[in-house]
Design a protein around this ligand. Structure first.
Ligand code: ZN
Length: 69
């Protein structure tokens, strides 16, 4: 994964574990103080997910839409 740079000083961004854990748990943006230079950053979490072909027995998705053959 490409590392995020601090928009203030350009060093590798580090906001500490508490803002990271908060974003993981609640999925909401946080206002955090950077470890590198002590300035304010707005951090917005985004969801990443893995995809693979489904070849199981279900014929529709979780919302009831039928798959094409
Ligand atoms: Zn910085």
């Amino acid at each position: 994964m490409e590392e995020t740079k601090c928009p203030h000083c350009g060093e590798a961004l580090d906001v500490g574990s508490i803002p990271r854990l908060h974003m993981e748990r609640y999925g909401r943006p946080v206002l955090a103080k950077t470890v590198c230079c002590g300035k304010a950053v707005r951090c917005t979490p985004y969801l990443a997910f893995n995809v693979r072909i489904y070849d199981g027995p279900k014929e529709e998705d979780d919302w009831g839409a039928e798959f094409n053959d």
